[in-house]
Design a protein around this ligand. Structure first.
Ligand code: GTP
Ligand code: MG
Ligand code: NA
Length: 457
């Protein structure tokens, strides 16, 4: 084999689709975990990452193809939310990946965020496969746990097969209306032009071997150049989180290069570039989700591609969705700082220039952008005077209280998925600042809308 074929990194695969099509459940099925049931409201509101080593993929696919050649070290899968509020997280996920799984619920067909995801993928020219999920919901489906799909399909009655074919035909037509040719993967003779559909069940596992093998084979066959490991560090911050015992940490996806403990790094921060040093490089165990609390494995260095939790000082104001830069010995630190701050500009442009408006606070840049997007929409149209990422502190309440004299209703903090410190809560009470908190984004919208409507009356 050529040199380049021997040094492949793990493909990064993003799982996308409409809310509740079963994205997280599909990953749970592969991992043998139960992440989905632990989610608030059963919906995903953050980006996650899971590393699947090649040996696990081999194990899961051996019934389908015992002698499959896996040239990639594994697969790094990124979970994204399907709820409409999180367009920017879907965009972030799709921007990072080499290939995507577009999940469609066989009982529902194409839905609004299926089409939105499709457009994100088209825009970036990203290859994808379709997981036609929830086949077990076909009336009369006979469970064939974790079986390859052709084998499972043969076990079904004529009625089940007919219903499957009818729904499949409808969905192929819906894709056609979006300008795409799709076909069952094992009938697809022109992969690349016609997108492959893999029927799956996240509950009983039928079709999972097919989905995994297709992803690995397709990426290592057609993306050799893109997947050839490069030493140049390419890294994106997925989320910023406080973790007990570790302080503020960042979850990152390392696409290329190596990170070391002790590396000097620069990330984009709310108050300017953050220059710091990597204190610890942590990963969850293989087959475990990065966004779920658990035990971490410590590393001296980590090679791409991988989902990593980084601990370092001064990360409190780091912004998710932005790049992480390593300062090399011959770099000019000022240049690296400038590069790191580029991503912040679009968010800053959202703040009302008049200085009048509510304060918005969220756990990540992603959710902050989602909130700002909502507040800006014509139906809502609420100006924003200040933004912040992370817990609500006394200083945030002070800032919001300034607005009470100008427009009483704007003396408000909308806090999504962040804690309010007891001191901040006390001060808000004292000053008359209203704080709305929620961990489900549309609940926050509902509360605030009711509050505004109330004031208008
Ligand atoms: P968001 O992340 O919120 O967009 O949803 P999701 O696409 O990750 O879907 P999730 O994994 O949360 O599953 C939604 C619901 O569908 C849950 O109640 C799952 O148990 C159920 N579900 C998912 N996959 C299947 C499947 O293959 N068969 C059946 N019967 N139910 C499924
Ligand atoms: Mg989910
Ligand atoms: Na869900």
């Amino acid at each position: 084999p050529k040199q380049s074929e021997e040094n492949l990194r793990s493909p990064i695969c993003c799982i996308m689709g409409h809310v509740d099509t079963g994205k997280t459940k599909l990953l749970d099925c592969i991992r043998g975990t139960n992440v989905q049931e632990g989610e608030a409201g059963g919906i995903t509101q953050q980006i996650g990452a899971t590393y699947f080593p090649a040996e696990n993929i081999r194990d899961r696919t051996k019934e389908l193809k015992a002698d499959a050649k896996l040239k990639v070290p594994g697969l790094l899968v990124i979970d994204t939310p399907g709820h409409e509020s999180f367009t920017n997280l879907r965009s972030r996920g799709s921007g990072l990946c080499d290939i995507a799984i577009l999940v469609v619920d066989i009982m529902h067909g194409l839905e609004p965020q299926t089409i939105e995801s499709l457009n994100l993928l088209k825009m970036r020219n990203t290859e994808f496969i379709v997981a036609l999920n929830k086949v077990d919901r076909l009336y009369g489906w006979k469970t064939c746990r974790n079986a390859p799909i052709v084998k499972a399909m043969k076990q079904q009655t004529k009625d089940v097969q007919n219903e499957f074919n009818m729904r499949l035909t409808q969905i192929i037509t819906q894709f056609k209306e979006q300008g795409l040719n799709t076909e069952l993967y094992y009938k697809n003779k022109e992969m690349g032009e016609t997108y492959s559909i893999v029927p799956t069940s996240a509950i009983s596992g039928e079709g999972i071997p097919d989905m995994l093998l297709l992803l690995v084979q397709w990426t290592q066959k057609t993306m050799v150049e893109k997947l050839t490991y490069s030493n140049e560090v390419q890294c994106t911050v997925l989320e910023v989180k406080v973790v007990e015992g570790h302080g503020t940490t960042i979850d990152v996806v390392l696409v290329n290069g190596v990170l070391h403990e002790g590396d000097q790094i620069v990330v984009c921060g709310m108050q300017g570039p953050i220059v710091t040093t990597i204190r610890a490089l942590l990963t969850p165990h293989p087959m475990k989700e990065l966004r779920v609390k658990g035990t971490y494995v410590h590393h001296k260095k980590i090679k791409a591609a991988m989902g990593i939790k980084i601990t370092a000082q001064g990360l409190e104001h780091a912004i998710a969705g932005t790049g992480l830069y390593v300062v090399k010995s011959d770099d000019d630190l000022e240049d690296v700082k400038d590069a790191a701050m580029e991503d912040m500009k679009s968010v800053m442009n959202r703040i009302d220039k008049s200085g009048e408006g509510v304060c918005v606070q969220a756990s990540t840049l992603g959710s902050l952008e989602a909130l700002l997007e909502f507040l800006k929409s014509p139906a809502v149209n609420i100006p924003v005077s200040g933004i912040s990422i992370g817990p609500v502190h006394k200083k945030d309440v002070m800032k919001a209280s300034v607005m009470l004299e100008k427009r009483k209703e704007y003396g408000t903090i909308l806090a999504f998925d962040v804690k309010v410190t007891p001191e901040a809560r006390e001060l808000a009470e004292e000053l008359g600042v209203t704080i709305f908190t929620a961990d489900i984004i549309y609940h926050l919208f509902d509360q605030f809308k009711a509050y505004i409507d109330n004031l208008k009356e």
